[in-house]
Design a binder for this molecule. Structure first.
Ligand code: 5GP
Ligand code: ZN
Length: 136
């Protein structure tokens, strides 16, 4: 299903032009318009899934296979020093477009970007409690 008011549905479907790096029946890979670094790209499924929770398992597997292929090509061609895969789900996690997408972010020495978090401290008891909460 496509969603009429979804910008990424319209871009993935070719209705809105984009700088496309790759396209097949299920995906389009485009350059991000607000890039973190040179070459920042997005993998978009052509079907509308709001986020990772809605994404079918086989599509998730295909998206990761495509990410690996694109990362190899992009890192080589752009002479990147590193590479981040980023995928946000929900407003609290920084998702701004509610159509699943996987960020492909080439990294360069001293590119001034930070895809990092501030490590917190945690006790063994807390770790155990969290482990139980998730696994039981
Ligand atoms: P999110 O924050 O949802 O994980 O990422 C959304 C990304 O989509 C942002 O990096 C933003 O720059 C990019 N973006 C938003 N609108 C457009 C658009 O119309 N075209 C392109 N190419 N990228 C977009
Ligand atoms: Zn959509």
């Amino acid at each position: 299903m496509k969603k009429e008011d979804c910008i990424f549905c319209r871009i993935a479907g070719g209705e809105i032009p984009s700088k496309t790096l790759y396209e097949d029946e299920k995906f389009r890979v485009i350059l991000d318009l607000g890039p973190a670094t040179r070459g920042h790209a997005l993998i978009l499924p052509k079907e509308h899934y709001a986020d990772l929770y809605e994404l079918p398992e086989d599509t998730a597997a295909e998206a990761m296979r495509l990410a690996k292929k694109m990362a190899g090509i992009m890192a080589g061609k752009l002479h990147a020093d590193g590479f981040n895969l980023v995928q946000n789900n929900g407003e609290a996690a920084g998702q701004t477009v509610m159509h699943f997408h996987l960020h492909l972010i080439p990294r360069y020495k001293n590119d001034g970007q930070h895809i990092l978090w501030k490590p917190q401290t945690v006790s063994q008891e807390e770790l155990e409690e969290i482990q139980k909460q998730i696994t039981e």
